[in-house]
Design a protein around this ligand. Sequence first.
Ligand SMILES: Nc1ncnc2c1ncn2[C@@H]1O[C@H](COP(=O)(O)OS(=O)(=O)O)[C@@H](OP(=O)(O)O)[C@H]1O
Ligand SMILES: Nc1ncnc2c1ncn2[C@@H]1O[C@H](COP(=O)(O)OP(=O)(O)O)[C@@H](O)[C@H]1O
Length: 677
Amino acid sequence: MSNAPLNRHSRESGNPASSSVATETRQRDPRLRGDDEGHGDHLYTPDALIAADIGAYLALHQRKSLLRFITCGSVDDGKSTLIGRLLYDSKMIFEDQLAALEADSKRVGTQGQNIDFALLVDGLAAEREQGITIDVAYRFFATEKRKFIVADTPGHEQYTRNMVTGASTADCAVILIDARKGVLTQTRRHSFLAHLVGIRHIVLAVNKMDLVDYRQIVFDQIVADYADFAASIGIDTFTAIPLSGLAGDNIASRSEAMPWYQGPALIEHLEAIDLEGDAAQAGPFRMPVQWVNRPDLDFRGFAGSIATGSIRSGDAVRVLPSGRTSTIARIVTMDGDLHEAVAGQSVTLTLADEVDCSRGDVIVAAAAPPQVADQFQATLVWMAEEQLLPGRAYWLKLATQTVSATIQQPRHAIDVNTLAELSVKTLGLNDIGVTEVYTDRPIVFEPYADSTDLGGFILIDKLTNATVAAGTLTYALRRSQDVHWQAVDITRAAHAAQKGQNPKLLWFTGLSGSGKSTIANLVEKKLHALGRHSFLLDGDNIRHGLNKDLGFTDADRIENIRRVGEVAKLMTDAGLIVLTAFISPFRAERELVRGMLPYGEFVEIFIDTPLDVAEARDVKGLYAKARSGAIANFTGISSPYEAPVNPDVRVDTTRETPEAAAERIVEHIMGVWSPDL
Ligand SMILES: Nc1ncnc2c1ncn2[C@@H]1O[C@H](COP(=O)(O)OS(=O)(=O)O)[C@@H](OP(=O)(O)O)[C@H]1O
Ligand SMILES: Nc1ncnc2c1ncn2[C@@H]1O[C@H](COP(=O)(O)OP(=O)(O)O)[C@@H](O)[C@H]1O
């Protein structure tokens, strides 16, 4: 699936290549079909121009604006037929494909002797037989006025994920309704998702008007019903068109069967949608910095794609998050310097002053900067089989910024069918939820409603690198803006120097009964004897106090380790050598804690005792209870343990006594201590 964030304007990330290669090549193929029979009269006929001047044909295409849209609805609503009709009417199909379509229509089609347009979309025989299945199919077609890419999302149970993927780069959503059925649950679901991902242009395509005798009253009633619902979810405007994909009414040209309808035909409307006027282009200037171009000492340019607004040389700008200000010296492009550049353009900016600015920073209009924060309310669409682990650190990518972020337990999930708010503990595949997001450093952002570029993000699993969610930031939590770091005079270096030692965090991990506490205890005794200042944190002093609200679910263990990590970090700030003895079963949280400390301070000590050995010891009788089912989620039995891949120290307790292991650990940290100790 695509890694595209919910970001309509990052055109590169909306690359339709995955499944559109065939249709894209068809478009360029000079064998494009030439007869005009039965097609809408204003549709583009490329053949004459291709034959006469292929260069002019390509140039013409290049100049046309591109509209990306998504069709929402199920096969029953006539979605495939409608897209097939659009492709057919714009002649974006091969001659041999057309022959196959005609043959297939007669053989397996559902339309008697007529062409079954749905076959064009659902795949021709050869494709069907190869069993090709795709998440989102992107199809290309063009008219005289505009080029189009339509994202066709299949309507199976992965619908939410597919639709969000397809819609993330769409300018417009065509929501299909069967005129006989009216506004259904799925109409509401599609509209909600389209609105969620920030699609600004909604078309309500009331299809199959031929089956209701083209009656205006049916159409009017559906439009009134939809308007009520649309207003309730924040869709202020939409365009309703009565049509028939099968009969071709109001698709390419206005239908005589519905003289009461005065509006445009579907293609006419799609051609006329005004993209220039979209709010994103009109907002204040923002450009996320993609990279810093520094070919020599004399030139330092900041390259990126302008997300919103426009910029001129001489304009005052601010670099966020640092907040430093300067003015634009030059706007450099491959084709020379510009005086002005606007949203969508890729440029390199140079500044009048030496200002610190690196990849991930955002250059903005000085007088109208966006916000900077590290705690947000967000809406998430969960896209992975593995469910959300509240408290787990994921990579959050927003524009050109990548930060570590944790997601809290959702405030609620949203039932996309009824829009009811559900009380949940986590999110699974296709779930949508409202939750708080905490990033490990402040990021530059805007509410998604104001900027899709600076408000849409994706979450990436740190270990598998898979995109697990797409999200939209709603607002920054006030408390994140009100909490400021207090600068202290006695630094961590001063604390450590007073104690005459380098702080360390000796992180013991292993199964229950593996020997963590036994060995950690011995290590601390040895350090104490050596005159070192230390403190041992283990389950007893933490799980009975600070963490007594936590149990043993994955989420609770994650939170347990996060808090232990924070406390241990404070203690190292105080100059101590801290020892921790927790199972800490997940790699991600051990890495999270490693990342909280200066490089080299975290020492991972794997007490490697096989499950059968720990179980045979069964110091506390817990394994027996877990086997009998009396304890749920028991590590190694009914809850996972992810062994360290490359620990700093590994202790095999089947071969090494506790005393020998402790001695070796002390030697290890002495060995890596700096010589002044
Ligand atoms: N379900 C379940 N699974 C594992 N362990 C259990 C469970 N229930 C209670 N205990 C007891 O709790 C101790 C583990 O707590 P931790 O804080 O180290 O666990 S974790 O790091 O949050 O996974 C662990 O102590 P140790 O034996 O010292 O490891 C157990 O005694
Ligand atoms: N080589 C060894 N290292 C550590 N403990 C061992 C070893 N051999 C046997 N043991 C025994 O295993 C048990 C480990 O228990 P404990 O230290 O409480 O484990 P944990 O803290 O990992 O749950 C103790 O009873 C200890 O005496």
